[in-house]
Design a binder for this molecule. Structure first.
Ligand SMILES: NC(=O)c1ccc[n+]([C@@H]2O[C@H](COP(=O)([O-])OP(=O)(O)OC[C@H]3O[C@@H](n4cnc5c(N)ncnc54)[C@H](O)[C@@H]3O)[C@@H](O)[C@H]2O)c1
Ligand SMILES: [Zn+2]
Ligand SMILES: [Zn+2]
Length: 393
């Protein structure tokens, strides 16, 4: 089959690779009909997350048709159309029982788990197409993919719903939703969201649904800010506005009740600490560039909530522990516990309460995936989301 494979920093290629097969009785094989490129894939593309091997298949946002099922899978059958969450979870371990699916203790195989155990103190969960830190599973930017524990993750798509409507249940919609939920929003709260990429834009929508009185969206790409504005957010362009001062002014002097870092380890900008982070990252003295995390902690009101869906991979410098402690902030974060949110969000899409189709700027054949990566990485203003179609010529 054909699949998008990683070969090094900013070097991804569509290669012919071996077809996947059923390995365990709870597996399924999916013929992919749509698969998207995520901001998380850019961290791999930019060579910032370790533990990839040349030839690894990327992709963790995908959906398609079930073409084979293992004998112990009682949930799926051939022909089902499913959306697959990026998180692989067994459904029965200590963490899955608590619905902390992204922390599943069984999905990252023992022979891979020691890398993440060393880095994080405990093994990471298993994710599709996301390095050997998270299981080394082949991803879904491919014609076919093996889905382990496929009786837990995939959700069957109701008849009549298009791929474009439901594809983002695989990651970014639940991620934006959990980011807003982690803000514990009370009616009328002000929520500031850094980053108007797909995750930030779904966090904006989710915060408004959850009752936020004012959502302030921060980015430097005018088109992305415009999308946030269409949902009712107030836009702040950090290129021409002092973010902290704007937030203080827009909240009567006290700061936002909750803040969301939907940017993660690759903050842009030219503030002094941005330049410091760029330099330290270049010489590998710091793995991540946490400018937004610092700014969010600094701007949040006393006693406020800080939600971090943005991905951090390793270690950061100049974490403002003083602001965090002295203001009594609450910090919540994590890879999204996908399976917890997918059914409810599917209902919200069906009821027309969440808009998922506004985001797609490019639909490309799988063969053009390298072009899609380049656009999503370097033309971010106009490239809001790239969907790859393995069946498209
Ligand atoms: N927690 C999870 O489970 C999960 C799931 C999916 C994605 N993510 C992470 O969420 C983050 C966002 O993903 P995405 O797909 O929206 O990515 P993206 O790259 O499309 O968007 C990031 C946005 O942040 C903006 N930005 C950069 N520096 C900024 C700054 N200083 N201030 C304000 N905005 C700034 C960029 O201009 C861009 O629009 C990534 O780190 C991704 O890895 C996490
Ligand atoms: Zn993703
Ligand atoms: Zn589990």
């Amino acid at each position: 089959m054909r699949a998008l494979t990683w070969h090094g920093k900013r070097d991804v290629r569509v290669d012919t690779v071996r077809d996947p097969e059923i390995v365990n009785p709870r597996d399924a094989i999916i013929k992919v009909t749509s698969t998207a490129i995520c901001g998380s894939d850019l961290h791999l593309y930019n060579g910032l997350i370790p533990a990839l091997t040349p030839g690894d298949i990327l992709g963790h946002e995908f959906m398609g048709e079930v073409v084979d099922v293992g004998k112990d899978n009682k949930k799926l059958k051939k022909g089902d159309r499913v959306v697959v969450p990026f998180v692989i979870a067994c459904g029965h371990c200590f963490f899955c029982e608590k619905q902390l699916y992204a922390a599943c203790d069984n999905s990252n195989p023992a022979d891979k788990a020691d890398i993440s155990e060393m880095l994080y103190g405990h093994r990471a969960g298993g994710f599709f197409g996301y390095t050997h830190l998270t299981g080394g599973y082949a991803g879904g930017q491919a014609e076919y993919v093996r889905v382990p524990y496929s009786d837990v993750g995939p959700i069957v798509v109701p008849d009549g719903m298009e791929d474009d409507e439901v594809l983002f249940l695989s990651d970014i919609l639940p991620t934006g939703w959990m980011a807003a939920e982690n803000c514990e929003i009370k009616e009328g709260d002000t929520v500031a969201v850094w980053g108007c990429g797909p995750v930030g834009l779904f966090a904006v929508q989710s915060a408004l649904i959850m009752g936020a009185g004012q959502v302030i969206a921060i980015d430097h790409y005018p088109h992305r800010l415009e999308l946030a504005r269409k949902f009712g957010a107030k836009a702040v362009n950090f290129r021409n506005t002092h973010v902290y001062e704007a937030l203080v002014e827009m909240t009567g002097g006290i700061g936002p009740d909750a803040v969301i870092d939907a940017v993660g380890m690759e903050s842009h900008g030219f503030a002094v600490d941005n330049l410091y982070d760029y330099a330290k990252q270049k010489v590998m003295l710091e793995t991540d560039r946490p400018h937004v995390l610092r700014q969010a902690l600094y701007a949040c009101r006393k006693g406020g909530r800080v939600s971090v869906p943005g991905v951090y991979g390793g270690f950061v410098d100049k974490f403002p522990a003083g602001a965090f402690m002295q203001k009594g902030l609450t910090l919540r974060t994590g890879q999204t516990h996908m399976q917890r949110y997918m059914p409810k969000l599917l209902d919200l899409i069906r009821e027309g309460k969440v808009d998922t189709t506004f985001l797609i700027s490019h639909r490309l054949p799988l063969e053009q995936a390298p072009k899609g990566y380049h656009k999503f990485a370097f033309e971010q203003n106009e490239t809001t989301k790239v969907v790859l179609k393995p069946g498209m010529q």
